[in-house]
Design a protein around this ligand. Sequence first.
Ligand code: 13P
Ligand code: SF4
Length: 339
Amino acid sequence: MAHTQTLEAADLAPFDGVEPDAAWAEEVRRLARERDAVLLAHNYQVPAIQDIADHTGDSLALSRIAAASDASTIVFCGVHFMAETAKILSPDKTVLIPDARAGCSLADSITGEQLRAWKAEHPGAVVVSYVNTTAEVKAETDICCTSSNAVDVVASIPADREVLFLPDQFLGAHVKRKTGRENLHVWAGECHVHAGINGAELSERAAANPDADLFIHPECGCATSALYLAGEGAVAADKVKILSTGDMVHEARDTKARSVLVATEIGMLHQLRKAAPEIDFRAVNDRASCRFMKMITPAALLRCLREGADEVHVDPETAKRAEASVRRMIEIGQPGGGE
Ligand code: 13P
Ligand code: SF4
């Protein structure tokens, strides 16, 4: 039966003694109005946070919404680099994150200094950084991208230019496959959550559910295996869909499949089930929970709105250097999935 599997881990996220009930929701809304704040939530947030937000979506959609919003305060329920990106785009707005410790193992896999050294080895190369990077790395970047527009971004670069793509090796491999570019060099970083969703697990699940679609985030360790399975005929090629979190929601509305295996962080299942309640969505790995995303608890959101903390600051000089690469990102590719 749909909806029984995999919700547990997200639902068991620590609520710090604050139940996300109707009184909590009313207080959050009241405080948000008082602060003239827009609430943004990433698709991996716990269900209660996704449901209270003004907008829930993938990192590209949320960046676009943050840039276009009239609100004087942005409350970013996601991880730190996402809130930092909103601050880079809107330096005059107050940007809050309910828990500043919500980092990202992928963003931590390359520093500004490492990128400068890599660039020195490839003079003249165009640097494309995934949005999961620090402001310091973005300041050394020519164009940022997210999983929903990475292929479009790389395709927009003249074919004869070398490209340094960072920091995710699995997304990099996907972009290389899609664009067929030999002059694309990929940094060997990874997200610990997605790298842990492996090909063996996916093959086993796919064999047990031969009619299911496979929705796979390109950061996953199993993305290459899925394409290999399709290539071998073990899975029908049209069932393998490599998608950003926002594009998964679009595809959920369009697919004719009755069951879908989902390879990404398990918070994603909530939006998918809301978008298509008649489909049986199951996680390929139901332990794939991002502990950083789950630091944004109902209690943390309340505290954030009451105290105006944690505020996100980006050094103005770094922000200025990073802004151009982030603006290019939000201009390239189709709008990602946000509600
Ligand atoms: P999306 O850009 O698909 O929302 O993914 C962000 C992320 O952190 C994936 O782990
Ligand atoms: Fe970072 Fe991975 Fe968490 Fe996404 S799921 S925020 S890439 S650690």
